[in-house]
Every structure is written in C-alpha cells, then in structure tokens.
Design a protein around this ligand. Sequence first.
Ligand code: E4P
Ligand code: PEP
Length: 449
Amino acid sequence: MTVTTETSRTAFPWQSLPAAQQPEWPDPEALRNALTELASYPPLVFAGECDQLRARLGAVARGEAFLLQGGDCAEAFDGVSAEHIRNKLKTLLQMAAVLTYAASVPVVKVGRIAGQYSKPRSKATETRDGVTLPVYRGDSVNGFEFTPEARRPDPERLKRMYHASAATLNLVRAFTTGGYADLRQVHAWNQDFVRNSPAGQRYERLAKEIDNALNFMQACGVTPEEFRTVEFYSSHEALVLDYETALTRVDSRTGELYDVSGHMVWIGERTRQLDHAHIEFASRIRNPIGVKLGPTTSVDEALTLIERLDPDREPGRLTFITRMGAGKVRDRLPELVEKVTASGAQPVWICDPMHGNTFEAETGHKTRRFDDVLDEVKGFFEVHRALGTHPGGIHVELTGDDVTECVGGGDEVLVDDLHQRYETACDPRLNRSQSLDLAFLVAEMYREH
Ligand SMILES: O=C[C@H](O)[C@H](O)COP(=O)(O)O
Ligand SMILES: C=C(OP(=O)(O)O)C(=O)O
C-alpha cells in the first residue's frame, strides 16, 4: 500500500463538492499542517482486511450470517483505557456468543470503535444561560466542556483521533487474537456481572451450554482455530472528510482507493445527500460502505444510492442501516425493501433501533426506551419475514459500563435513575445488561424467523 501524494489527494473529486456537517476550522494553515502529517502516517487497517470484511458481509447479504455492529455513540479520547475498551469488547463478544449459540447463525462482529470520534449535530451552536458557543462535534473536532477555548475546532485533534484509534485498535487486536476472545472464556467475560443482573444470570446458563458443547467437540477431537480467536472489525461514521481523505490511500495491489481509517465506514442520515461530497467519497473507496436510511428516505433515493455505491451489485459492498423509529418502521420499511429487492440489488439490511427513538425525558436527559428499541427490531423482523428477505443484523449504541442512559430493560433503569451514571458525550447508549437483554431477544426473533 502506498501513501497517496499531496497532488493526488487534492485531486480527489469529492473535495470540490458541498459537504454537510463539516467543522469550521479557524486556522487554515494549522489544518493544512495537520492533514499533511496525517497523510504521512501508516494505515490503521489494511486493504486486504477490508476485502475480507466485504466477503463476510457478502454472506450476510445472501442470508447466511448476521451482522452485529455496535459501540459508543461518540468515543472520547479519555475513554482510551484498557478497562473501557475491554468492557465494550466483552459486551460485544457476549452478545455475539448469545446470537451465535441461541440463533445458530454465524455472527460478523463490527465495532463502532477505533474511529467513532465525530458527531453530526442538529444545531451548529449551543446556548446555556445566555451564552452561545459552537456545538460539541466530537473529540476529533472540539472539546465537550462548555468554554470558548474547548469548543474552538482544533485540527490537532484529528491527529489525536488517529493516535487514539491506533491505540484502541492495537488493544482490540491483542484481545481478539491473544486468547481473551477464546470461546473457553465465555464465563470469564461474565464474571463481574453474573450475580447481580438477570441478563448476566441468563447468560451464565447459556455459557454452561456452550461449555458442554465445547467439551463434547473436544472429546470428539475437534478444536477449530475459530474457537480460539475472533475476527473483529472496526467501523465509524465517515463524517469529517478532511480526516477521511488524509487516510485514503491507493492500494498497491490493485490501484484502488481505500479509506484506511477503519474497515467499514458509513455515511450518516444527515450527510447522505446524493450530490454532496460524502456519497461521492464513499463511491470512490473500496471499503464496505454503510448508509443510514431514516423514515423520509424515498425509494428513488435508495435506488440511486445503490447505483452510485454498488453499481456492480456486489453482495457485501453496501449495507443499508435503517433507523425509522419504532412507530414508523412497519410503514416506511416495506416499500423500500420490496422495491430494492425487485431492482435485483442485494444490500445487507440491518436495523439501527436507536436513532429513530430518541426523546427528552422530563429530567432533561436525552434518552431512549428499551421497549421502543426492541419494538423497532421486532418491526424490522416482521417486515423482512413478510417479504421473504433477510433481516441481516443490528446496529446499536452501547457501552460495556453500567451507565443509566436508556430507560427500561430487565434490570430496569427508571427515568429518575438517569442522573446516576449519565456519561455519554452525545446520545444515550444501552448498558451492558440492556445490551445482553437485546441479544437474547434478537436471537429469539432470528430463530423464529
Ligand atoms: O448520534 C447522532 C447525532 O449525532 C445526534 O443524534 C445529534 O444529536 P443532537 O440533536 O443533540 O445534535
Ligand atoms: C449520527 C448517527 O446516526 P444517524 O446518522 O442515523 O442519525 C450515528 O449513528 O452516530
């Protein structure tokens, strides 16, 4: 893989198009310096790994596997600690174990991790007690603290984003290939959790069954390598195009462009305008691409997105991440799935049951009800069942920490509990217990499907 030159970088066609949700960097020279340095850094992921994920997602598109994509709403630089990363990974591995075992389906595991540092926002500014400042756009752009200094966009943060992503990915690779993700550890992932949570206890029973199955296989002389290590991929929203462009490189094997900031990148609901830079950018890179589809998406838009992003109809290239809201999924999704399927395209369809279900609680906290999250996933399964298509996966905002950000769940969080551990920098995440609850319920839906 060769580092792209400054000349070819400035020639990238998406750079001349309008782009929504970009920071207003106050110092152009500081930005140029940061980007030149970033463009000289080594890739965070390899093109071949992106190809491998595309192949895995191809299996999802064909109905042979299920995609679990999850992690923080917004990663934070001060969250790059072994404990945070391990907790998140542990939660995803537990969810994957539940889905694989209880739904008997191979699970493709993709984190919203090692790059999820940038956030699109509804408003450009935030006002508190009569003071108006730029809104927080993620640690890659500015600081969360409500002061003029913190909220000033600083391109040096793009370099910190790279280093934070590299450190996170390094630990994730160590955990997933160095023994921690060995299926023999199914109990260990649960140890600190099992006693005081219904989801933890339910998981423990399942882990025992997995253990028995492993013992049986071992007694038969079967111990595949797949049980010892886990394939785990990184993903984030490709939002700040300055950063993604600096990390876009020519693959020396094929001459094609890859965004080497993560294995998979997605384009958000607020930046998927067909004639804007984000879609042009996504159309030029070979990574597997996701696109969020909200309730206002028209059939024409979906079909044009396919034309632009997956003209060869390659299974695994394009994932539609639908986020309609529990109240709309049964109305809005059927026509999209039906017409896209009739067009001969075969995208991966996954359900993001978070972003259409946010509301402000009376306490002033932005939150989501676990029951709405679950209901949107149910609606998603119902629609696919009715159309005979494959409900390919889920995309969730979660953390491995026992936060109180979403209400409900088996170990119920009440509105009055929200203040206890409300730690997200942007949107509310499922805590570990709620994430496991969701995995068990999704496994049941999948089995029935
Ligand atoms: O995560 C998604 C968006 O960034 C988020 O919902 C926007 O939130 P806001 O409405 O608080 O700006
Ligand atoms: C901003 C996000 O979602 P959406 O684009 O669907 O609003 C997100 O997933 O972080």
